[in-house]
Design a protein around this ligand. Sequence first.
Ligand SMILES: Nc1ncnc2c1ncn2[C@@H]1O[C@H](COP(=O)(O)OP(=O)(O)O)[C@@H](O)[C@H]1O
Ligand SMILES: C=C(OP(=O)(O)O)C(=O)O
Ligand SMILES: [Ca+2]
Ligand SMILES: [Mn+2]
Length: 672
Amino acid sequence: MAETGNGEFSFGTTTAEEKHKGTARNGLTKIQTAHGKKVATVCHDDSTPPVKAQTIDQLHSLQQKKRSAPNTPLTAQGSGGTFSPLSEEQRQKQQLQSISASLASLTRETGPKLVKGDPARKAETPKVAHGLDHHFAPTISVSDSSLKFTHVLYNLSPAELYEQAIKYEKGSFITSSGALATLSGAKTGRAPRDKRVVKDDATEDDLWWGKGSPNIEMDEHTFMVNRERAVDYLNSLEKVFVNDQFLNWDSQNRIKVRIVSARAYHSLFMHNMCIRPTPEELEDFGTPDFTIYNAGQFPCNRYTHYMTSSTSIDINLARREMVILGTQYAGEMKKGLFGVMHYLMPKRGILSLHSGCNMGKDGDVALFFGLSGTGKTTLSTDHNRYLIGDDEHCWSDAGVSNIEGGCYAKCIDLSREKEPDIWNAIKFGTVLENVVFEEHTREVDYADKSVTENTRAAYPIEYIPNAKIPCVGPHPKNVILLACDAFGVLPPVSKLNLAQTMYHFISGYTALVAGTEEGVKEPRATFSACFGAAFIMLHPTKYAAMLAEKMQKHGATGWLVNTGWSGGSYGSGSRIKLPYTRKIIDAIHSGSLLNANYKKTKVFGLEIPTEIEGVPSEILDPINTWNDKKAYEGTLLKLAGLFKNNFETFTNYKIGKDSKLTEEILAAGPIF
Ligand SMILES: Nc1ncnc2c1ncn2[C@@H]1O[C@H](COP(=O)(O)OP(=O)(O)O)[C@@H](O)[C@H]1O
Ligand SMILES: C=C(OP(=O)(O)O)C(=O)O
Ligand SMILES: [Ca+2]
Ligand SMILES: [Mn+2]
C-alpha cells in the first residue's frame, strides 16, 4: 500500500502486463477492484454503512438507550393526594431517601451514603442522597463505614441480574434452556428450627405459642441486635440489591414489600416470586409495608440470646421487618412473607391458605392443600385449566387471590413428558437452584441429586401458558387435601363431609420417605396443622373455623387425595402413577365424581368411589392392591393410632361459634 499525494491510501499500481495476467508482482492472485471505476480510496470490511461513532467508547455508549423519564405525574409524599409532578431527579432522591431509611442503623434515622447504580460502571455520575447522613450522623464515633458509599441496585431487570450473578457470584451459570443456575450454599432447604418471632404485648395474646407451634419466641432487643448485624453487614458491602414489589393479587388487600439483599440470585428469585410492579406503580411505591433484610451469607452471633445455631430468621410484626442471617436458601424469604400474610390477612377476615389453586373454563375453582412434596405445584399446573397459583392464596368475601407472582417447582426427576408446562417454564429469567448440569453443553440432569434432592425452579407465573392474570378467581367449588401416604393405606381418593374435611385439615398429614440413605426406610408420618404449621401464626383452629365457614357458605366439597403409595408401604408398593392421580383430579373438577357410587372404608370411615374413568377400579380400595392383607390391616391401624395421638392436642379447643361442629370434627377421625 502506498500513500497517494492527497494523503489517502490506495493499492500499489501494477504494470499493464501484470494486470493482464491477473497476478500481482509476487505471483499471488491480484485483488480485483471494480473495472472502469476509480479505485476505492477507503477499505471497508463489508457493504454496510460505517457506525456513527468516532471512538470505541462512543460506540459502546450507543448500544444502551437511556430509559426515558417517567411521564406519569407523581404525588409528593404527604401532599394529601394532590398531584405535584416531580422531576426525575426529585423522584430518584425520594427513592434513595426511602432506601436510606431502610438501611439506617439503630443509631441513626437515615442510612449510609447511597449511590444508585452498578459500582463497576465508573462513568455513571453518582446520584448521592445529599445531606442524608450528616443530618443524623452520630457526633461521637464516626466510623469509616460512614465515609463510604453503598451502591443500590434497585429493581434490576432479569437480564441485569443475570450479568450481576455471572460476574460476581460463584456458581452462577446459564443453562442450555436459558435459565440461571445458582447455588444456595450450605443450606438447601428451610430451617424452621431457626425461625424466631418477637413476642411483645400484642403478639403474646394474638399468636400461637408453645407445643406444636412454629413460633419460637425472641425478645425485641435480640431482634434489634440481629437487625443491626444484618444492616451493618449489608452496609459494609460495595452494593446491595433492593426489590420493591407487591404481595396479593387482590388489589384491596395488596401489601408492599421491600427486599434488601446482597445477591443477584436473591433479587431475581424475589423478582420472580413476588408481584412485579409496573413502572407507574413503582413511581408511587412510597414506604413499604414490610421489609426483609437478607444478610444470608453472614451468620448470626451465637452468643446472642435465643440463638441456637449460626442461622436465624427473625420476624418482628410490630416493626414489620424480617431479618435473615446464616442461610442463603431463597425459599426462606417467600415462606417468611407467607407467615406474615398468615398474621395480617385473618385480621381482615381473609383466610390465608397453603394451597395451589386453579380454575376450569367454566370458572370452577379448586384449592389443593398439602405439605411439601404432596403435589400442589404439580397438580395445580394443569394444561386443561387456568393456573391461579401454586402455593400461597387468600380466600376473602370476593373469592380467591394468589399472594405471589411466581411458582417454585421442585425439579428432581422432572420430565418433559410428565410435566411439560413446568419443563417449558425453565427458560431465560428462571432461577434454577442447586441443579447439576453438564459442564460444556449446560444441559441440566434433573435426576442428579449430588447437591440436594430439593432442586428448584422459580419462574414468573406468566411462564405457564394458561396462567390466569390477574391471579384471582371466584369462590372455590372443590377443596382437595393432598397427602403423600408412604404407608400406602389411604385410598387414592375419598369424598369428605365438612367435619372430615376439618379433621384432616387440622391434622395436616403426610408421610414422605425420610432421607436418601441406602436401604429401605420406614415412612415417617408428619402432621402439620392446616397443611402448613411452619407458616401459620395464629392457633390452627382459627384458620379451620374460617375454612369451615367459607366452605359451608359457598357449598364447596372436600376431597382427600393420596398421591403416595399403593400396593404396600414404601419399599414393597409403589407411588401412585401421576397420570392416574391426574384422572382422579379431572373427575373431581368435572363434577362426575360427585355422582359416582361410594362405599365406606373401615377405621378412617372414608367414602371411596367404586369407579373412575381412566383409573383401574381395583386400586381405588387400597386393600385390593396389598398381597399381604394382614400387613395392610396392621399398617392401617398403625396410621390410625398416629392420627389419634396427634389430634389429642386439639381436643380441648372449640372450632368456630358452634360447638356442634367441634363435636362432629372430633368424631370424624379414625374409629378403632
Ligand atoms: N401421583 C402423583 N401425584 C402428584 N405428584 C407426584 C405423583 N407421583 C410423583 N409425583 C411427584 O411428586 C412431586 C410433588 O411435588 P410438588 O408438586 O412440588 O409438591 P408441593 O408443591 O406440594 O410441594 C413432584 O416431583 C411430582 O412429579
Ligand atoms: C417452598 C416450599 O414450598 P413447597 O415445598 O410446598 O412447594 C417449602 O416448603 O420450602
Ligand atoms: Ca409449600
Ligand atoms: Mn410447591
